[in-house]
Design a protein around this ligand. Structure first.
Ligand SMILES: Nc1ncnc2c1ncn2[C@@H]1O[C@H](COP(=O)(O)OP(=O)(O)OP(=O)(O)O)[C@@H](O)[C@H]1O
Ligand SMILES: [Mg+2]
Length: 437
């Protein structure tokens, strides 16, 4: 038995014996017993009262002073209260930690009650779903997300697949919403921005459509000729030569397209170079100029080169050659016979610039921002007739990006164009003998 209880029993026995002795001596046993037990009961009541008072306002009050059983009761209660407070603190810390983690998620998170009212939402819920917590707490979710598709999604109640809809906070963005039931009929709503993914998907579709379209013409021509040739019993050598020349032209076109696609894919997937070459740009341009003369052929363009001697670049020779030759080839192809083409390579402050200036047909301003898009051509039929795939400037853009450089396009319809590549100081190397040449 508990020692405190023994103590109480002994006190009761002591009061009983005391009352008996006083009763025998004074002949007033009941009075003595009433006084003794009354005193005992009043002490118990006092302790009970202080227990009640303490429990009532325990935050302020000190633990009551008591001995024996009451003392133990007070100590035990205090221990239990301490444990309870500790557990509560742990719980609220845990809740705060979860809330902080959910608040930091890049996705929108909304917790709904059983009645689909908003109970809690993180910061990104405002960004992607237009739900502001605590302002919108207690509101019905359907009143805030007023998209018919969303109402249908909730009404059907099949949440295995996410729903995609324009972001209520910004209609230019698309969000993917998923509802996850949990607990006792509560729901978690997750919203994720998928604008970027959708754009990529759109780009992929356009790209596949473009490539297929580009390949279809040469393949149709080739198979048409093959069919014609195999169906002809006797054919003139002259005709055969003509057919074969067209077939060769079309297969060269396919070859160019595939080569350009491979170049772009290589540029896109290649890791950044670890070691850069020091590219002798003036020498590279001298070679390019000769090639331009050959390409110009009967068109007799006046091609000039003005390159700062000793001004070199850190980068990939192969990639720079591919970019620069695309610009020079464009100038030759889009400038009428006898026109002027000027190649320049010079230092501007700490930077270095390469420009190709022509007196060709020029480009209308609305086309300029799109020129570096894959397959973009101002005059599709004409560019295609001259063997263009519309990938040249896209390759230029990639190469320049890999060299931290920028492409500047200035053009005036009917007067000509200037394409300028601007390289940052960090890429420029000047040999000691540098002089303007
Ligand atoms: N110097 C220029 N003068 C006028 N138009 C140009 C010039 N350079 C490019 N363009 C226009 O920009 C379009 C895109 O050029 P880009 O080099 O990307 O493709 P392309 O020359 O048609 O084909 P590719 O270079 O792949 O053979 C061209 O079709 C042409 O309409
Ligand atoms: Mg081109």
């Amino acid at each position: 038995m508990h020692p405190g209880l023994w103590r109480e029993i002994w006190i009761l026995i002591f009061i009983a014996i005391g009352s008996l002795l006083i009763g025998l001596a004074t002949d007033r046993f009941f009075v003595a017993a009433a006084v003794g037990f009354g005193f005992y009961i009043s002490v118990q009541l006092r302790h009970l009262h202080s227990l009640h008072r303490w429990l009532h306002n325990r935050a302020e009050a000190e633990i009551p002073d008591a001995e024996g059983l009451w003392g133990d009761v007070f100590t035990e209660i205090r221990k239990l209260m301490k444990q309870g407070a500790q557990r509560q603190e742990e719980l609220s810390n845990m809740v705060a930690r979860f809330q902080n983690a959910a608040a930091a998620l890049p996705d929108a998170v909304v917790i709904l009650t059983e009645q689909d009212d908003i109970e809690w939402a993180n910061r990104n819920a405002a960004r992607w779903l237009g739900i502001h917590y605590p302002r919108d707490a207690g509101m019905r979710l359907g009143n805030l997300l007023r998209d018919p598709g969303f109402s249908r999604y909730v009404a059907i109640g099949d949440f295995t697949e996410p729903l995609e809809l324009p972001s209520p906070a910004n209609t230019e963005n698309t969000v993917s919403i998923q509802i996850i039931p949990f607990g006792a009929r509560q729901k978690l709503v997750l919203g994720r921005d998928i604008t970027h993914l959708q754009r990529l998907e759109q780009m992929r579709r356009t790209f596949v459509a473009n490539v297929s379209h580009e390949l279809r013409t040469p393949i149709t021509v080739l198979s048409g000729f093959i069919e014609t040739l195999s169906g002809l019993p006797g054919i003139q050598l002259e005709d055969l030569r003509r057919y074969l020349a067209t077939m060769q032209e079309q297969s060269a076109r396919m070859q160019r397209l595939v080569d350009d696609l491979l170049t772009i894919s290589k540029l896109e997937t290649a890791p950044p170079r670890r070691r850069e070459d020091t590219v002798d740009v003036p020498a590279l341009l001298a070679g390019l100029r000769e090639q331009a003369e050959i390409l110009s052929g009967q068109a007799h363009h006046q091609i000039s080169l003005d390159a700062a001697a000793g001004l070199k670049l850190l980068g990939s020779r192969e990639e720079l050659l591919s970019a620069f030759s695309n610009l020079v080839n464009n100038a030759v192809r889009y400038t009428p016979a006898g026109g002027e083409i000027r190649l320049r390579w010079w230092a501007e402050g700490n930077r270095a610039c390469f420009s190709v200036k022509d007196t060709g047909e020029g480009i209308a301003p609305e086309h300029i921002p799109h020129l570096t898009e894959r397959f973009y051509r101002v005059d599709t039929a004409r560019s295609r007739a001259s063997g263009g795939t519309g990938l040249g400037l896209s390759i230029v853009k990639h190469v320049l990006a890999r060299h931290d450089a920028q492409l500047q396009i200035e053009s005036e319809l009917g007067h000509g164009s200037v394409f300028t590549c601007i390289f940052p100081a960090a890429r420029v190397v000047r040999e000691p003998a540098a002089a303007t040449g």
